[in-house]
Design a protein around this ligand. Structure first.
Ligand code: DOR
Ligand code: ZN
Length: 345
């Protein structure tokens, strides 16, 4: 039985840090876990210009504790003002990885997102030409679409068409939640990949709504049936390099979650690699963890995996019940619960 593993320090290909006073919490947690992080641009206002991304990056770096280091990469928010020239400039700007596509209204801070994908074909053409990747929140949020069908509908309606029109465009389906998404990626060529969160490996929809409602397990895309959870576990642990770690760790204050109209997002950044390790261990697939967590993402986006390593040990830890978050509190995923793996300090 393996009780301790050493892996290259992981890369989180999808994380939300928020800004200003919140960076103290989110950046310190990310820096303890990750070598490189891909930071989402859904701030208010969105990070849509290179200068804004680079100054946000500097604020992130300023929040890295002296004992740690961290390489943040930024995504720009695709919106109606995005131009083909900007795409070309992104291709030539270090630390900016690509663009994030949010369907308008699909999730937190997506009001500036896009309504009609077909209007952006000149931008996708530039992205394909300059090898700039497109990260997609793949949910069709038309008012008539059931919340549990949003991912499948989006893939059927848009991704297949997009891939056909731009066969060389690098596309990442972010935080996939369905067996259909897994199958789609498995059947697609190497320029289509997917991130998988820790929480979608741990929970299914019964953990969100059951005889009780659990606001801290509510995120978007919402967790699906157990069979989908199982498909995600199989994909993450399979060794297929098109699946890689993206936590989608998204902090929201306790007040914003525990209310009549609570917002979507699960905070896993502080214990992410341990949460993944337990899933891989349960599946007898710890040998696949390093590929999934530390190599496949950097390889897909053409940057170097970490030289540093971390040790993860099979030692129980109790997840803290609450974490300081600016002047408020964030309740982490599995608050107050025991998990079986810990990050060696
Ligand atoms: O649950 C989510 N929260 N899903 C997302 O896609 C966005 C995120 C956030 O920004 O809070
Ligand atoms: Zn996200």
């Amino acid at each position: 039985m393996t009780n301790i593993i050493t892996i290259k320090k992981p890369t989180d290909c999808h994380i939300h840090l928020r800004d200003d006073a919140y960076l103290k919490r989110t950046v310190a947690d990310a820096a303890a876990q990750f070598n490189t992080i891909v930071v989402m641009p859904n701030l208010t206002p969105p990070i849509a210009a290179i200068e804004d991304a680079l100054s946000y990056r500097q604020r992130i770096l300023n929040a890295v504790p002296a004992t740690d280091k961290l390489n943040p990469l930024l995504n720009l928010y695709l919106h109606k003002g995005t131009t083909a020239t900007l795409v070309k400039d992104v291709a030539n700007t270090p630390y900016i990885l690509g663009f994030k596509l949010y369907p308008r209204g699909a999730t937190t801070n997506s009001d500036a997102g896009i309504d009609d994908i077909s209007q952006f074909y000149n931008i996708f053409a530039a992205m394909e030409k300059h090898n700039v990747p497109l990260m997609i929140h793949a949910e069709d949020n038309s008012p008539t679409t059931d919340i549990f069908d949003r991912e499948c509908f989006f893939i059927d309606k848009h991704i297949t068409k997009l891939h056909k029109a731009f066969p060389e465009l690098k596309i990442t389906l972010e935080h996939i939640t369905t067996k259909e998404a897994v199958e789609f990626i498995n059947e697609s060529p190497a320029n289509l990949a997917a991130t998988i969160t820790a929480h979608h490996l741990w929970i299914n929809r019964n953990d969100v709504i059951n005889t009780k409602i659990k606001p801290h397990n509510f995120c978007l895309p919402i967790a699906k049936r157990k069979e989908h959870q199982q498909a995600l576990i199989d994909a993450a642990t399979s060794g297929n390099s098109k699946f890689f770690l993206g936590t989608d760790s998204a902090p929201h204050t306790q007040e914003d979650k525990e209310t009549a109209c609570g917002c979507a997002g699960i905070y896993t950044a502080k214990n992410a690699i341990e949460l993944y390790a337990e899933i891989f261990d349960n599946k007898g697939a710890l040998s696949q963890l390093e590929g999934f967590a530390s190599i496949n993402g950097p390889h897909f986006y053409n940057f170097s995996p970490a030289n540093d390593t971390i040790e993860i040990t099979k030692r129980q830890q109790k997840i803290e019940d609450k974490l300081e978050f600016g002047a408020s509190i964030v309740v982490p995923f599995k608050s107050n619960e025991q998990i079986n793996w810990s990050l060696a300090s």
